[in-house]
Design a protein around this ligand. Sequence first.
Ligand SMILES: Cc1cc2nc3c(=O)[nH]c(=O)nc-3n(C[C@H](O)[C@H](O)[C@H](O)COP(=O)(O)OP(=O)(O)OC[C@H]3O[C@@H](n4cnc5c(N)ncnc54)[C@H](O)[C@@H]3O)c2cc1C
Length: 389
Amino acid sequence: MPRFAGVDYIHIDSLFSEQELLVRQTARQFVEDRVMPLVRDCFREARFPKELIPEFGQLGFLGANLEGYGCAGMSNVEYGLVMQELERADSGIRSFASVQGGLVMYPILTYGSEEQKDRWLPKLQTGEAIGCFGLTEPGFGSNPAGMQTRAVKQGNCWNINGEKTWITNGTLADVAIVWARTDEGIRGFLVEKGMDGYSSSDIHGKMSMRVSVTSSLALSDCRVPASAMLPGAKGLKAPLSCLSQARYGIGWGALGAAMDCYETARQYTIVRKQFDDRPIASHQLVQEKLAWMITEITKGQLLAVHAGRLKDEGKIEPAHISMLKLNNVAMALECARLSRDLLGANGIVDEYPIMRHMCNLETVKTYEGTEHIHKLVIGERVTGIAAYK
Ligand SMILES: Cc1cc2nc3c(=O)[nH]c(=O)nc-3n(C[C@H](O)[C@H](O)[C@H](O)COP(=O)(O)OP(=O)(O)OC[C@H]3O[C@@H](n4cnc5c(N)ncnc54)[C@H](O)[C@@H]3O)c2cc1C
């Protein structure tokens, strides 16, 4: 049995089916047995544990909520629970699965040709092939509509020039989904490792997401065949639809990081004694922090379950997902800060996971739409007025 018993204040498990609980148990066991023993050293060494990739595939965690081509066909709640458990270990571990499934396999399945699907999806599902998603550029992060990467049709090829940066799994990737401006609007291209004119390099010195590979991609007269274009992806709404998939998973994943911080602090404060040999958990100010955390985690769980059910029914909207991502990431970051405080000096060492989660969550707050951008999405949804510019 996993050591982690879960965080369930209001019988949240009663909202899950047997199958959903089984999937969560499988992910939890994998995290306990295979990820937790490695993750602190991986963070120290800034190393992604590539040796786990085949197991991600065997357990069905890659493209988990997609149908066909060997994918597990999980419900969106089951998929969310997997993301929650992975991020309880580390946001970088969850990012690997989010990018592979939500940002690479999803666009190939949704917008790709039959040939592209047959070629890539089975291998991406098993982890034999790795993918990355190149949208962000050095000058265009929150505003991808301004992208400068350009693809020009030349006979039977597209000639791509540009630069992408902050790309998760970039140097690991056998295939990059590169978004570029063309005469017919923004289009997506499958650019393969080793193609002439395509190179990638890692970004070093990260204090956050050290377990995840983050890279820059350079395209210099990179000529890809016409068949490399995703035929169904037309305009910015295509990459944005992929972001909705990944953001949904982040909304669940952040719960995992929050739970790990909360549970670490709860157990610590019961054992740690100060003033007359009393546990620090006996102090009202300490309990106030624990009460805030468990209340906010519980609200976040309810939001995630409801969003998952809406997604399964095909009723979820991007603005709903913005609220899920915005709320749960901000909540998780605050849980990390409060938990760090409750551990005192011990809160800053990597013997405990809190500082690692806190550093990771600073990225999670920024990527896949910053906190500001999600507030603007919600603002537009409730007023009908777009305030991005
Ligand atoms: C570890 C990591 C992994 C990543 N992985 C990927 C990946 O796989 N693929 C990919 O394409 N990208 C990836 N990204 C990039 C990420 O999506 C961008 O960093 C993000 O979109 C923000 O862009 P930016 O960093 O350029 O910040 P900016 O857009 O420059 O924003 C800086 C600040 O200005 C604020 N701001 C900007 N515009 C507005 C506005 N209109 N109103 C109010 N505030 C505003 C932002 O909210 C933010 O606070 C990753 C980033 C990191 C850190």
